[in-house]
Ligand binder design. Structure first.
Ligand SMILES: C[S@@+](CC[C@H](N)C(=O)[O-])C[C@H]1O[C@@H](n2cnc3c(N)ncnc32)[C@H](O)[C@@H]1O
Length: 257
């Protein structure tokens, strides 16, 4: 992160310390019912017994899924995010293990492991992402499913010689504003999401988060390394077809029986 360190943030919480967790559940955006409900509908439909969310966060998806009667466990790196989950109505239904989804194991075999909201990209090496697939497979019972929701990198919007793709430009009426852009390294497949917020008084904050992108075909190979095969690839939670114009995918791999 570039900018002032926030007092009270624990470095062990990674990119989601208290200063981020405290605003994560703000209404609207990814927390809007029209975003959350379609995801929970699909996950409830796929669940055939206990499920495990990698990087469960504040329980944005896990808590409403558990409220439908699906037994949900989670793995999460950030204690700050986990505290938010535990403090929510219904949060006590989701048992969270603090740890790294590349290697942390929880007891039990699951019908479904899921990893949503672009979070596979928070693991910034290919080896680490393969370990996520392996760890998912290790938690699945025979025939179990691993689901990933992730945006596609904006490579088709990168002309030669340019490495930046803007995704937000929102000047405020009061003189402040917000600018967001991704910066890609097409050699390493690493990229950063950059968020610049300027207050009406002209005070700015530059927040920069590292990611690694993988094209869907690379994820299919990761899945095969982990003993899984592609079962579905949708453009979104509405199960629409994945096409050349898709900007994200919801992919589901099945572990061997
Ligand atoms: C964008 S949030 C998504 C949270 C939740 N899944 C949701 O959909 O709202 C990303 C979460 O992934 C967690 N995270 C990032 N890397 C992780 C890792 N290697 N192992 C476990 N959790 C991780 C972060 O702490 C953060 O809570």
């Amino acid at each position: 992160m570039i900018g002032e360190a926030n007092a009270g943030d624990d470095p062990a919480d990674g990119w989601f310390p208290e200063s981020v967790a405290s605003g994560y559940d703000a209404p609207g955006g990814a927390n809007a019912p029209e975003v959350v409900t379609p995801a929970v509908d699909v996950l409830e439909d796929l669940a055939d017994g206990p499920v495990l969310e990698f990087a469960v966060g504040t329980g944005r998806i896990a808590v409403p899924l558990a409220a439908r009667g699906v037994p949900v466990s989670g793995i999460e790196l950030s204690r700050a995010m986990t505290r938010r989950l535990a403090g929510k109505p219904g949060g006590d239904a989701v048992e969270v293990t603090i740890g790294d989804m590349t290697k942390t194991r929880v007891p039990g075999r699951f019908s479904l492991v899921y990893l949503v909201f672009n979070t596979i990209g928070n693991v910034t090496t290919q080896d680490g992402q393969v370990d996520v697939f392996r760890n998912a497979a290790a938690h699945l019972r025979p025939g179990g499913l691993f689901l990933v929701e992730v945006g596609l990198p904006g490579l088709r919007r990168l002309p030669p010689g340019q490495d930046v793709v803007p995704f937000a430009m929102a000047p405020g009426a009061d003189g402040g504003g917000y600018v967001g852009f991704d910066q890609y390294d097409v050699v390493t497949q690493e990229f950063t999401s950059n968020h610049i917020t300027v207050s009406p008084e002209g005070k700015g904050r530059f927040h920069r988060i590292p990611f690694r992108y993988a094209w869907p075909a690379e994820m299919d190979l990761m899945a095969r390394i982990a003993g899984m095969r592609l079962k579905h690839r949708w453009a979104d939670w509405d199960r629409s077809s994945f096409t050349a114009e898709s900007t994200k995918h919801v992919s589901i791999w099945e572990v061997g029986r």
